[in-house]
Design a protein around this ligand. Sequence first.
Ligand code: PMM
Length: 363
Amino acid sequence: MGVLNVTPDSFSDGGEYFETRDAIDRGMELAAQGADIIDVGGESTRPGAERVSPEEEQFRVMPVISALTAAGVAVSIDTMNASTAILAVESGAQYINDVSGGLADFFMPRTAASTGVTYIASHWRGHSDDMDTKAIYKDAPTDIRRELMNRANVLLEAGIARDKLVLDPGLGFAKTAEHNWQMLGRMEELMALGYPILVGASRKRFLTALLSEDSTLDDRDNASVAVSVLAANAGAWGVRVHDVARTFAALRASMPSRNIRAVAADTERELRVAQVTRELAELEFDLDAELAIATEMRREEETRQKVIAALTRQAKVQADEAAERAEAIRLSTLPQGTAGFGTSTGAIPSPAPQAAPDDAGSR
Ligand code: PMM
């Protein structure tokens, strides 16, 4: 799963793909690099992040989702809002990825169930502004597993089909670095829940424990790749990552038995992406041509209107001149002394005398 944050403030890639065009290009690039799903999000969940309105979130993600799904790319919508989830699914998103597992929006579980798409629920205890205060566990992996199990039951009760539910330990959400490492070290306990498991470790702060103080984002990506490969080999259904190209190569190298299938799938994917890219290019070319035709037509119409207006003005001047000439002729042909206005004789005929009615003056 490739991460596509259409936000100005996500912790590692905030702002990089905030422009719609850049986000679409990045989504296509991630798909070409091997991501099976592009996870599109419009709200940052980094520690301390302030929430954005669902409208703002939708404004950010909807054009990107429409373009990617139109190009045949599988999209998940990374949202805690039911209204955003439903709009995204209407535009073709095939997954709802809710880091709150349905706890942030009361309407989410039933909404997700009604869409029929796969719902990814993470372990979550509260919003980013105060989640660090909630990172208290007796035994993190046990507590996370139990809370996820309870959540899964609530979600099933809300109508989400069992085979449409994916669980995620929610690394970095209300967890210290130690809790994250403990969870990663006991992945088999999560697998035992019997649900597909998604793991999102990519670029998260807890990875810096492995790195030197002056480590770069590139260093964090190396650590992310290693953790993702380990999670996948422990049986994870998916890994959510920023650096798809490197993770994809590492995953394939780590699973030789799957490589033959992967190579075939890869070739197929490359062909599909190449075709979609060509189609998009043609579409843009056609759009340019359509625009040129429309502009030309408008210009022609404007010219036509100008000609009509000029001809109308000219006709009016000619009509006025003709009327003046006719009046002059009429006046010049009148008998002397009868010039006046109104009728051709100049005289106003008086009404004929009326006979008095029979009963005139009876009252
Ligand atoms: N982490 C983030 C956002 N969405 N979704 C799932 N399912 N699992 C995660 O761990 C997860 C997520 C935060 O990371 P980002 O700001 O780099 O996107």
